[in-house]
Write a protein that binds this ligand. Structure first.
Ligand code: ZN
Length: 149
């Protein structure tokens, strides 16, 4: 078990140090921000959709290692997947963070499981995921999407 904890810590540290998909996405058609006042974390998530598929997803933000690593892991996990896949993954990851599910099938996302023992940290780890969901399901007026007929 100790080895597993070390592995998960190294995943968090790696994604914090070298966040994947970090930076603005100039041609994004969805964008949402999140803020966690308890810790001071902020995140903005940018999504480019290709029909029902997440063609590209990037993030910017400031915050603790957990919030940044979680955002990085999130972008890597949902990029190229459908919106409904991302929604399903959100539910699984959220349940894991709350200690309601093991997350056994979530691969490197299991690195976020440790936050379930620290309720304050759940806010850090779930911030980018909530922003993603808001970006994907924002009102059209707020986040217009180019429709091609
Ligand atoms: Zn935080």
């Amino acid at each position: 078990m100790a080895d597993l904890t070390e592995l998960y810590q190294s995943i968090i540290l790696d994604h914090n140090r070298r966040p994947r998909n970090y930076g603005e996405l100039p041609d994004a058609d969805r964008r949402a921000e999140g803020r966690n006042p308890l810790c001071g974390d902020t995140v903005a998530v940018y999504v480019k959709l290709d029909g029902d598929r997440i063609a590209a997803v990037r993030f910017t933000g400031q915050g603790c290692a957990i919030s940044k690593a979680s955002a990085s892991l999130m972008t890597a996990a949902v990029s190229g997947h459908s919106v409904s896949d991302a929604d399903a993954l959100f539910e699984k990851v959220h349940d894991m963070m709350l200690g309601k599910a093991s997350g056994d099938d979530l691969g490197s996302l299991r690195a976020l499981q440790g936050v379930s023992r620290f309720p304050v940290r759940v806010k850090c780890a779930s911030l980018a995921w909530h922003a993603l969901r808001n970006a994907l399901h924002a009102e059209a007026a707020q986040a217009p999407v180019a429709q091609t007929e």
